[in-house]
Design a protein around this ligand. Structure first.
Ligand code: AKG
Ligand code: FE2
Length: 350
């Protein structure tokens, strides 16, 4: 296994030393009776507590939606770079568009060997637009918008069901998250890790936690690695038809450490690889702090309240080259309470 320069691991973790990710059939979250939904939520909650990462089956997304998404993404990325740069994310008003290789850098400073297209919530109302919430920059590419938007909507619906499951798992009202997930700045990324025969020890994507509440990930190839409670990297291979769900920074705060943002990275594999994370956030102005009544699970952490959109924006400013440049030139500022990269989960910056 390749060794990359790693941040320091925080020894306090709720995670077990799992050797594979747990798998939860979530079909019970769609059951008409509450006891079945509660039992499924308990399984979801246990997996999220002990591993922070799990496979889900029994979700309503269909193979045809996955296939259409992969086909249109492959077609889009096969265009020449100068064509894709016409959709460059740095020219959008709300952080959506094409992300060339090297644009995004995580804490280790290493370059990721990937390109991406970031899709936002496509918030078309004038009022309430923010740096990470507005009209998505769509490329002029036949079939792209309709296909990607259809997947986005299905996956966001699934996210709403998972929010209900997490609410039950935390002992809250099932609809606890409903009023704070009306127009969330939830991003869908289309990621392409190009074929590379010599790809042995390069990071496809460096170690990090996701910033939002949780992520719903559809990967087409192996390569994902997840850190367990012992600090070991565990392979999360593709399971046909299953999606991967993982806990992000904001769910760690909301749950008072019961769920922990979980570090992961992608090993560069020789095969061409696509992956599609949908990062499920709360509304932009939601104050993210431990939910009243939830007891603390991490003695080492006193969570500072922060606004959902501000946290996303702060982390994005610190990782995207075009925003780092604007910050250095004084055109933009970090939001108040901005956290350093890698402030959550069991990896913290040295
Ligand atoms: O490509 C993957 O499987 C994971 C991508 C990821 O972790 C991310 O974009 O945050
Ligand atoms: Fe991630």
């Amino acid at each position: 296994m390749a060794t990359f320069s790693e941040p320091v691991r925080n020894p306090v973790t709720t995670h077990t030393c799992f050797q594979h990710l747990p798998l939860v059939d979530i079909s019970g979250l769609y059951a008409p009776d509450l006891p079945t939904r509660q039992a499924t939520a308990r399984a979801l909650g246990q997996a999220a507590h002990e591993a922070g990462f799990l496979y889900i089956t029994g979700h309503p997304l269909q193979p045809a939606s996955f296939q259409s998404l992969v086909d249109i993404t492959r077609a889009y990325f096969s265009q020449p770079l100068d064509r894709k740069m016409q959709d460059y994310i740095g020219q959008s008003s709300n952080h959506s568009g094409y992300v060339p290789m090297g644009e995004e850098q995580f804490a280790s400073g290493s370059i990721d060997h990937k390109e991406a297209y970031d899709i936002g919530y496509d918030y078309l109302t004038e009022q309430g637009r923010r740096p990470m919430l507005g009209a998505t920059q769509w490329p002029d590419f036949p079939g792209f918008k309709s296909t990607v938007q259809a997947y986005y909507r299905e996956a966001l619906q699934l996210g709403n069901t998972l929010f209900r499951g997490f609410a039950l798992a935390l002992g809250l009202d099932e609809d606890y998250f409903e009023t704070i997930t009306l127009n969330p700045p939830s991003q869908l990324r289309l990621i392409h890790y190009p074929f590379n025969l010599a790809a042995s020890d390069k990071p496809g994507i460096g170690a990090h936690t996701d910033y939002e509440c949780f992520t719903i990930l559809f990967p087409t190839q192996d390569g994902l690695e997840v850190m367990n409670g012992a600090g070991d990297w565990i392979d999360a291979p593709v399971i046909e038809g299953a999606l991967v769900v993982n806990i992000g920074d904001m769910m760690e705060i909301l749950s008072n450490g019961y769920f922990m943002a979980t570090s992961h990275r992608v090993r560069k594999v020789q095969q061409e690889r696509y992956s599609f994370p949908l990062f499920c956030a709360c509304d932009y102005d939601t104050l993210i702090q431990p939910i009243a009544g939830l007891k603390p699970h991490r003695a080492d952490k006193l969570y500072q309240p922060l606004y959902c959109g501000d946290h996303l924006y702060a982390q994005t400013i610190q990782t995207f080259a075009y925003l780092k440049k604007r910050l250095a030139e004084g055109q933009i500022r970090l939001p108040q309470n901005a956290q350093a990269l890698s402030s959550f989960g069991h990896l913290t910056q040295s």
